[in-house]
Write a protein that binds this ligand. Structure first.
Ligand SMILES: [Zn+2]
Length: 261
């Protein structure tokens, strides 16, 4: 609703409250109020439907080119300085972050989040102005929500880069094989436990101009690690740091082992 309409509605409501008004006018005012209540209800339902976190309030819903655009504002009264951890309440300015979120019923979702910059009021703090954080829902400087990031990671580990991109497209997630592989490689690797049988293969990224290696526990079918290239030296260095990998059985399962060991 435009600012002009808001002012008109406010004036109508004020007139209704302060003085007797013609019946038709009262009817119009009630209709406007009903509309507002329905609009607020719709925004509240959208927030619940999308599981937006506390502190984010939906202010607009739109569909542009088949993409569901949700506008939301941060409503926390204060923010914590990332440097000195003190609470700040004085707002410096606002800006909009465009964030991709999980699809809703197969439809792509974009969030337009209006967030604020605050003054840090601690005189000794080096950070005079800072942007409020929305973590863990969205990490600082991220262009996707954490839940979308983790979903793409999960798809990648279950299917791989190319197949993962096709599956994500069917699910309404816009991504590409390279992005999936990047998310997989960004995940901190778990400590490698005892591996009886190791499998290794290469994969292409950067449009086939660069190759990496994927290491898989052949018994549990679990990805153990990703290497940035497919050189025998890199794999050899990895082996030296992982003594829990059985070298005897590894020879049987790894055709390139002669170049590595
Ligand atoms: Zn500070």
């Amino acid at each position: 609703m435009s600012q002009k309409n808001e002012v008109l509605w406010f004036l109508h409501t004020l007139s209704d409250a302060c003085s007797p008004a013609p019946l038709a006018w009262r009817h119009r005012s009630t209709q406007r109020k009903d509309f507002l209540e329905k609009d607020d209800l719709k925004k509240m339902e959208t927030k619940l439907l999308l599981s937006l976190p506390e502190g984010l309030e939906v202010i607009g819903i739109n569909v542009i080119d088949g993409v569901l655009i949700i506008s939301a504002v941060s409503t926390h009264p204060s923010a914590c300085c990332p440097l000195c951890s003190s609470l700040a309440t004085r707002v410096h300015s606002h800006y909009t972050r465009k964030i991709a979120d999980l699809p809703c019923a197969g439809q792509q979702v974009r969030l337009l989040l209006q967030v604020r910059k605050f003054f840090c009021e601690v005189s000794t703090c080096v950070r005079k102005i800072f942007a409020e954080r929305l973590a863990p829902f969205v990490e600082p400087w991220a262009r996707v929500t954490t839940r979308l990031y983790q979903s793409v990671q999960t798809i990648g580990f279950a299917t791989g880069g190319m197949l993962g991109a096709r599956l994500a497209d069917r699910l309404g997630i816009q991504t590409c094989p390279i992005a999936i592989l990047r998310r997989m490689m960004a995940l901190p690797t778990e400590p490698v436990e005892q591996v009886i049988e190791l499998g290794i293969d290469d994969f292409a990224f950067r449009r086939g101009r660069k190759f990496g290696s994927i290491l898989v526990d052949m018994q549990s079918h679990k990805v153990i690690d990703l290497l940035p290239d497919r050189k025998a030296e890199t794999a050899k260095a990895w082996m030296k740091g992982h003594h829990s990998v059985n070298p005897f059985v590894r020879k049987k399962s790894w055709p390139l082992v002669g170049k590595v060991i």
